[in-house]
Design a protein around this ligand. Structure first.
Ligand code: BES
Ligand code: MN
Ligand code: MN
Length: 467
């Protein structure tokens, strides 16, 4: 059993340090660590250094801003709980770009607290969760001087740009990353802000289709009708890859998909999900999708194909009569077990080559991806996290499937051989990746307590890997 006196002292400490903690959270959010934009590379590094200093100040050891060839990984550990399990903890300190700026009610890197919410880019995804881990470390070491278990922290700086260099870093550091399990804090609570443990994530294949006619735009009077129009050709390709029934028409696309069992469908159907409330909260006129599946199934357990951006030709006001020289689209697929991003990319390329209209050059670029993840629901660390969530938030967690992707989850399994537990705290509809991203301070404060309790629960369990 966790020591209740120690818990009381820790709670007092957290009460007393509340204001300082919010100040520190805001300092972290002020650093514009946008990993995908090259001009922000120095800011990403500054965020890494800020985090490393904070972890050092908390009393963690072997703190390092480790080079990866891309943005750095921040590593830290505390390894003095001899005989106790070791948990590797992951989050990311990089954030998404902030455009369109004019839709933010306050500037994205000038955090403000309003109505119990921290408002800033990264407040939820994922700096808020990383900061909660740092503050849990600080509270544990300040009040107890020791953890009940061994911990290794890996905080990444390029999750939002497909974790390009992380696999190599994991493989090179395999020996010092040994653990009994990995806890990833980069997911959220369920609709209605119900505490949740995520048990599956989708994978990702991201591509760009380029259609080229000529070096320059052509007069649409002089040439229209006699040459291929690349924008029309691109539209034909996009219309062909997915049907109006929501099914993807790329041959072999569904071959590797493991269908949900009746039990799994029943478990999803049993979640307290109000379709109409979800539609309204999302701000759309209707929910649509693949025939034969519920919205919950579509958004998390079925693969998708979506255009993320499409451009070419004349974009200004008024009319300009041209045949555009070229047209482009960013096309991504969310993947489910056991689809492989490289295999799906090859199948997309082959299909596009087959259906591409004549008279233009069509190429498909691979912009990266990641594999889907299924996590064990009955692992001792999952059970410890569930007890901690219930004790902290007064409600047992629901087990959910998420439509988003965290490529490192599959890498922890395949490269480090670690079972993964997705223990995340961001509220639903937190505007992650969108203007006015926010974190509920109740979730953030609860996260710190739940993280400490999870460690206590793991430590109280009888030996490594048991409970
Ligand atoms: N935190 C998200 C992943 C996520 C999203 C988990 C929604 C649960 C629900 C993560 O930061 C993210 O945005 N991942 C990217 C991955 C991509 C860049 C390969 C994503 O899902 O688009
Ligand atoms: Mn994230
Ligand atoms: Mn994200």
């Amino acid at each position: 059993m966790p020591d209740t006196t120690a818990t009381t002292t820790l709670e007092q400490h957290l009460d007393e340090t509340h204001e300082a903690r919010l100040g520190s959270y805001k300092d972290f959010l002020r650093v514009p660590s946008i990993s995908t934009l090259p001009q922000h590379a120095p800011d990403v590094r500054r965020a890494a250094e800020w985090l490393a200093e904070t972890l050092t100040g908390a009393g963690l050891e072997h703190v390092e801003v480790a080079e990866t060839g891309g943005h750095p990984v921040v590593y830290a550990d505390w390894l003095h709980a001899e005989g106790a399990p070791t948990v590797l903890i992951y989050g990311h300190y990089d954030v998404q770009p902030v455009d369109p700026l004019d839709l933010w009610t306050s500037p994205p890197f000038e955090p403000v607290v309003e109505d119990g919410r921290m408002l800033a880019r990264g407040a939820a995804d994922d700096k808020g969760q990383v900061h909660a881990h740092a503050m849990a470390a600080q509270a544990i070491l300040a009040t107890r001087g020791a953890y009940p278990i061994n911990v290794k922290y890996v905080f990444e700086g390029e999750e939002e740009s497909s974790s390009v260099h992380l696999d190599e870093w994991l493989a090179a550091n395999k020996d010092r990353l040994t653990a009994d399990a990995a806890i990833i804090s980069d997911t959220g609570f369920f609709e209605g802000n119900l505490p949740a443990i995520t048990v599956s994530l989708r994978g990702m294949m991201y591509s760009q289709i380029d259609v080229v006619l000529s070096p320059v735009d052509l007069h649409s009077g002089g040439f229209g009708g006699a040459v291929q129009n690349p924008a029309n050709a691109l539209a034909q390709i996009i219309a062909a890859v997915k049907g109006p029934d929501g099914r993807i028409r790329i041959p072999g696309f569904y071959d590797a998909v493991v269908p949900l069992t009746e039990e799994e469908r029943a478990a999803l159907a049993a979640l307290p999900f109000d379709e109409e409330a979800y539609r309204v909260a999302t701000g759309v006129s209707a929910l649509i999708g693949e025939v034969g599946y519920t919205p919950l199934e579509r958004r998390a357990t079925r693969p998708t194909l979506d255009v993320n951006g499409i451009w070419g030709g004349f974009q200004e006001e008024g009319a300009k009569t041209i045949i555009p020289a070229h047209a482009h689209a960013k096309v991504s697929c969310r993947l489910v077990a056991a689809q492989d991003p490289d295999d799906i990319f090859q199948k997309l390329c082959a299909f596009v080559a087959e259906i591409a209209p004549p008279g233009v050059d069509v190429t498909v670029q691979d912009l990266g991806g990641g594999r889907p993840t299924l996590t064990p629901v009955d692992h001792p660390v999952t059970r410890a996290a569930a007890r901690a969530l219930e004790a902290t938030f007064g409600q047992a967690p629901v087990y959910i499937r998420e439509g988003g992707s965290i490529p490192v989850a599959a890498s922890f399994e395949s490269i480090l051989g670690l079972p993964v537990v997705l223990l995340g705290f961001s509220p639903p509809h937190d505007n992650a990746h969108a203007p006015d991203e926010w974190m509920a301070l109740d979730n953030y404060e609860g996260a710190i307590r739940a993280i400490v309790r999870t460690f206590d629960e793991i430590g109280a369990a009888d030996g490594a890997g048991a409970d």
